[in-house]
Design a binder for this molecule. Structure first.
Ligand code: BG6
Length: 522
């Protein structure tokens, strides 16, 4: 009898590849330990990693905060939060066992004594593994000072040492080129670049990492990814949320350009346009991303006027409910001119992409949550299939639509390819069809959360999915002239308004003038 191979019809998330686990025992300290990110993302991510047996044999987590808690009250509160926000379906019992690894440390980010006391506590190697991750989930003003105190108190080691220490810095990294460079300088005086992990959580998303495998593990797409075949590329990150939970206080100091475009959208654009790296080592990939950023044409004042649209949401309705105008949101000044929407057209001046418009847009309170990248290809050189079709006295021009490749980053994660097919009939009429790949159909299980992947990488010492200092500065170099031009209150650069629940201001559609396309509002 011939042998029977038991091959599963589909690969799955829990496939045969041995899963990654963290080997080095370590202590993770979270500054901002009682904050929203800690509750919703960081602790649930660490819990998921523990449930999936990825955590090292010995680990401890210290949440550093200002509030008053006993160990028990803190663990109890966090157990509830983890249970609520977890991805993995752990039982109450599992969560309670996990929080036994969690300690609360009451301290002040402003006081060196707190850091010295923390150092003393963490020096007890019978309780705290001596490899250390410090996660700065704090307001940005603390990034420099906390790093200084970490170094001053001896909590971070010199690199390399018997044990390692790593510092994770949340966004936003600077608010313009000058402040980002200054922050880099301050931090790199104290730490080696290899110890610094600058977060952009979009890079931790499974579907974002798949952009590189899609491009470089297949041979059929890469040859057409260039100005000869591509008409334009568009990246959208639209959200339905507004300024819930007092977010307006932070957002009003940032705006969509700083909050989303300088980091998340630029990173997506880099991944879809970068050259193949020489390997998968972190610097090989980051070098290629930096080259893209350095090739993006820095907008001159005229480019800002013509190619950058900013807008703010007005009052209106979403899903049948009245919602406030941005200026009436909690903790937002009534005369704020901060943009809650931005759309831009950029050019990458390099051999591959010269002349191809790159459209980026992001906004709050839009019609739906959608993060996607669409690569629209050129039309065939000759229109063979133009037909005029009439129904009663209404006539329409039918012609082949350009091919479009869309990466759906979230939600409904997947990839689709649009192409023209002949409609079955006696006539030669073409119509747009779609090949659609959906993660949910193909892979079993839920996709890991971005923060799981990123924490895992920090704990294993892999910086590929984190931003290097030159990368951050290159992205700010592009945005700086825009910020300066907007500040001038130039009447030729208006702040537009849009109704909540829509796709943003009409003015943004004009960016496509002369181009064969429009925003993809799926
Ligand atoms: C954050 C921004 O970085 O990303 C938020 O500060 C935004 O304003 C969020 O809402 C969006 O992230 P996601 O993963 O929900 O797309």
């Amino acid at each position: 009898m011939s042998p029977v191979l038991n091959i599963q019809p589909h690969s799955s998330v829990n496939s045969k590849i041995p899963d990654l686990a963290i080997e080095d025992s370590q202590t993770v300290v979270i500054f901002g330990g009682t904050g929203d990110l800690t509750r919703r993302k960081l602790l649930p991510a660490l819990f998921a990693m523990s449930e999936e047996n990825r955590m090292p044999e010995a680990f401890r987590i210290i949440a550093f905060g200002r509030r008053e808690y006993t160990q028990e009250s803190f663990r109890e509160e966090m157990a509830d939060e983890i249970f609520k926000f977890q991805r993995v379906d752990g039982s109450k019992q599992d969560v309670n066992a996990f929080v036994q690894h969690l300690d609360y440390f009451k301290g002040s980010l402003d006081e060196m004594e707190s850091f010295e006391a923390l150092h003393k506590q963490m020096s007890d190697s019978s309780v705290y593994p001596q490899n250390r991750v410090f996660y700065l989930s704090t307001a940005p003003v603390f990034f420099g000072p906390v790093t200084e105190k970490l170094k001053g108190s001896g909590l971070v080691y010199n690199a390399p040492d018997e044990y390692w220490s790593r510092v994770v810095i949340e966004k936003p990294f600077g608010r313009d080129l000058e402040s980002a460079s200054a922050l880099n300088q301050d931090i790199l005086k104290l730490l080696d670049e290899s110890q610094v992990y600058r977060i952009d959580h979009y890079l931790g998303k499974e579907t974002v990492q798949n952009i590189l495998s899609f491009r470089f593990a297949n041979t059929i797409f890469e040859p057409v990814f260039n100005s000869q075949f591509v008409d334009h590329i568009q990246v959208t990150a639209s959200e339905t949320v507004g300024m819930e939970s007092g977010r307006g206080a932070y957002f009003d100091t940032a705006g969509s350009l700083r909050d989303m475009m300088q980091n998340h959208l630029c990173q997506l654009l880099c991944l879809v346009t970068m050259e193949p790296p020489s390997g998968f080592a972190s610097d090989a990939i980051r070098n290629e991303k930096v080259k893209v950023l350095q090739s993006i044409r820095v907008p001159a004042l005229d480019d800002v006027r013509e190619n950058m649209i900013r807008a703010q949401y007005a009052a209106g309705q979403m899903n049948g409910e009245n919602v406030h105008a941005y200026v009436n949101e909690d903790r937002v000044p009534g005369d704020s001119r901060t943009e809650t929407y931005v759309a831009a057209k950029f050019y990458i001046d390099n051999w591959r992409w010269s002349g191809v418009p790159m459209y980026l847009r992001t906004g709050k309170r839009m019609a739906r949550k959608q993060t996607s990248i669409t690569v629209q290809f050129k039309k065939p050189p000759m229109e063979l299939f133009r037909t005029v079709e009439c129904e009663h006295d209404v006539c329409d021009l039918t012609e082949a639509q350009p091919n479009m490749l869309t990466f759906r980053i979230q939600p409904d994660e997947g990839i689709s390819l649009h192409f023209a097919t002949k409609r079955p009939s006696m006539h030669m009429v073409v119509e747009d069809s779609e090949l659609d790949f959906k993660y949910a159909d193909h892979f079993r299980g839920t996709l890991p959360e971005a923060y799981e992947r990123l924490l895992m990488d920090v704990m294993r010492g892999d910086a590929t999915l984190f931003m290097r200092s030159d990368e951050v500065e290159a992205a700010w170099t592009i945005m700086d002239p825009v910020l300066r031009a907007w500040k001038e209150r130039d009447s030729r650069i208006p702040l537009h308004f849009y109704a909540p629940g829509t796709w943003g201001p009409i003015a943004a559609d004009e960016l496509f003038e002369g181009v064969n396309g429009d925003w993809m509002n799926t």
